[in-house]
Design a protein around this ligand. Structure first.
Ligand SMILES: C[S@@+](CC[C@H](N)C(=O)[O-])C[C@H]1O[C@@H](n2cnc3c(N)ncnc32)[C@H](O)[C@@H]1O
Length: 246
């Protein structure tokens, strides 16, 4: 399927996810979608057996390119009802394994888009089972969330991503004090990375592109789980000896 055959979302939706008053918003929309897709591919986060989670998926800027790729499932969620409605109408009929959810989460974005929400982001429990995703994306989402909310999302991500699973995300950093400018949040880099480590993830810096600092987080097996697997391995060895398998 040719991805550009999917219609473009309404211009105001593209502006909400691209930001600014770019006169060529459609070009910017395509460019960013392809760029993130290329990073996901490069990081081997799009594979035929991957269950993929797109947090703050907007109007499918990345989903429209993932539709052409082998993926077991794609789940996207956002707080903007119109954008999710658009994805459901235009993407899911062409790719039924692409599911979109809208949750009424409060955000600084409400000042711009009038979607006020009911649930505080740092109280929002992702309605997904533990260890249900192999890969997750937050493309320019933490860039619009205070650190406290991002901390809670990291906790939720750790819960829903499988051990060995990976996350690609972007953040803005400030070399002065952390600060907020309209709907953009600039974190202290040390504070953010400390929080990532404390959430149980290993992390690796990937690149900085247009102020966005891209990181890869990986969920390692916890010490407790390592011990648990060690016991299982011992049991397996004992079982093999008993069965005389060598
Ligand atoms: C800059 S846009 C990026 C959208 C999409 N990730 C993309 O790359 O096209 C940020 C998105 O995050 C969503 N968002 C903001 N706060 C959120 C939250 N707490 N939970 C989920 N989505 C959120 C907004 O509604 C918006 O669609």
């Amino acid at each position: 399927m040719d991805d550009e055959k999917i219609p473009f979302p309404p211009e105001d939706f593209m502006r909400l996810v691209c930001g600014g008053n770019d006169p060529n918003v459609a070009e910017h929309f395509i460019w960013a979608g392809k760029l993130v897709t290329a990073m996901l591919r490069d990081e081997k986060m799009i594979l035929p057996d991957t269950c993929f989670l797109d947090v703050g998926c907007g109007c499918g800027r990345v989903a429209r390119y993932l539709m052409n790729m082998p993926l077991q499932s794609y789940t996207g969620f956002d707080r903007h009802s119109g954008m999710i409605q658009w994805c459901r109408q235009e993407i899911t009929p062409l790719a039924p394994h692409f599911i979109f959810h809208c949750f009424e989460i409060k955000s600084v974005y409400s000042q711009t888009d009038g979607e006020y929400g009911k649930i505080e982001a740092d109280d929002f429990c992702f309605p997904f089972a533990d260890n249900s995703f192999d890969a997750a994306l937050l493309a320019s989402v933490f860039t619009h969330m205070p650190l406290k909310e991002s901390a809670h999302y990291l906790y939720e991500l750790y819960r829903v991503v499988k051990p060995g699973g990976k996350i690609l995300l972007s953040v803005f950093f400030s070399d002065r004090e952390p600060y907020r400018e309209n709907a953009n949040f600039y974190y202290d880099s040390k504070e953010f990375l400390k929080m990532v480590g404390a959430s149980g993830f290993d992390y690796r810096f990937r690149e900085t592109l247009y102020q966005h600092n891209w990181y890869i987080l990986s969920k390692q097996i916890k010490p407790f789980e390592k011990y648990h697997y060690y016991i299982l391995a011992q049991d397996l060895r004992a079982y093999c000896r008993k069965q005389d398998f060598g």
